[in-house]
Design a protein around this ligand. Structure first.
Ligand SMILES: Cc1ncc(COP(=O)(O)O)c(C=O)c1O
Length: 364
């Protein structure tokens, strides 16, 4: 059994994917071109954002978004304490400072009630991650950001395709980012990502920064990066985007099956009312996480820990005040969470096998 069976997915869409890759090779248009333009339009239409900009990774998407907001050394950005490293590290890369906020024990997303006390005159914005596929509380976040004149970026690396109160992830804030890392709900065959924005001005700026600030061939108006998406990845993503909704539906059914069988045995993930998760991960909580994980591995069941260390406790952030502060919920989650096999083509038999094995282990 695989944790995320990408091979099964490839086999399911093989003729279309092979054809898409072959057509890029035949056209020799490896950088930019028609596939990128079409993908950008389809991504924007899918989530309801005005602009989508295809880029080289979810990390570069965050970097470009922060550059578009002109983040300066010494500026502060509010970030959740429990997420993947890139959600905060791009702030540090620009010599600004991530200010970590604990997450909610209900949905594991940034705890909006704790943000206000962390805002200082140096605070410029908030990066809110929609963790494990469920959107953060963007109604409250947008109100708070407007009150203090802050920008807000949704890091939707795990949530592209999710719904928040009738709206789609990546169209909930002025700028949002996502990742197409292979194991993401919409993944390509290498690195890839996208930025979404409602602003014409910011879209133009991010497109410029994505390509070395180049306004015309070999004329550079700003310092940017090489952050373009490979055209082959765009062609693959265009095929997979057509199946995203049906895969998310299957993930939803899989999560319900997991929850029914594991009810009362483990801490189960919760989805807030009026929201739909992409179920990028199905993450449970266990007191003896390490012991159970070891036994699952012995019995051939793969699992993963997202994430074993809260961000403020990472060595790379040891220069920040958060290193010595306590983040109660994030620390508890880091000690107890375990993600079970989950992907868009997982079968009922596989879920039942994971649950039966897990229950057997828990009953000792
Ligand atoms: C929440 C979050 N943000 C950012 C990223 C970075 O994306 P990428 O790996 O495409 O650079 C990831 C990828 O795992 C992620 O999960």
């Amino acid at each position: 059994m695989q944790f995320c069976d990408l091979n099964r997915q490839y086999e399911a869409y093989k003729p279309e994917i092979d054809q898409a890759i072959q057509s890029v090779i035949t056209s020799s248009s490896f950088i930019n071109g028609k596939e990128i333009e079409l993908l950008e339009k389809e991504l924007a239409d899918y989530c309801g954002a005005k602009h989508a900009i295809a880029v080289s990774s979810g990390t570069d998407a965050l970097l470009l978004a922060l550059m578009a907001y002109d983040l300066q050394p010494g500026d502060e950005v509010i970030c959740p304490a429990f997420s993947f490293f890139a959600s905060a590290s791009m702030v540090s890369l620009l010599k600004a400072r991530p200010v970590f906020i604990d997450v909610s024990p209900v949905d594991y997303n940034i705890d909006v009630t704790k943000i206000e006390e962390a805002i200082t005159p140096k605070t410029k914005g908030i990066i809110a991650v929609s963790l494990f596929g469920q959107c953060a509380d963007f109604d409250s976040l947008n109100v708070l950001a407007a009150k203090f004149g802050l920008w807000i970026i949704e890091d939707g690396a795990q949530s592209f395709g999710a719904t928040y109160k009738g709206k789609k992830s990546c169209a909930l804030t002025e700028i949002a980012t996502t990742s197409f890392f292979p194991a993401k709900p919409l993944g390509c065959y290498g690195d890839g990502g996208a930025i979404f924005t409602q602003s014409d001005k910011l879209a133009a700026k991010m497109k410029l920064l994505r390509s070395h600030g180049q306004s015309a061939r070999y004329y550079h108006d700003a310092i940017g990066i090489n952050g373009r998406m490979d055209t082959i990845q765009a062609a693959i993503l265009r095929v997979k985007l057509r199946y995203l909704d049906s895969e998310i539906e299957l993930r939803q059914q899989a999560s319900e099956r997991y929850s029914q069988q594991l009810f009362g045995m483990v801490m189960l993930p919760m989805v807030i009312e009026e929201c739909k998760s992409t179920w990028a991960q199905f993450t449970i909580g266990l007191a003896d996480r390490e012991g159970v994980r070891k036994k699952l591995t012995e019995k051939g069941i793969p699992s993963a820990v997202h994430y074993p260390l809260p961000l403020p406790k990472q060595l790379a952030f040891s220069n920040l005040p958060g290193y010595s502060q306590s983040f109660e919920v994030s620390e508890l989650l880091s000690d107890t969470v375990l993600s079970l096999p989950m992907h868009g083509l997982i079968t009922n038999e596989e879920i039942d096998h994971v649950c039966d094995t897990l229950i057997e282990i828990l009953k000792g």
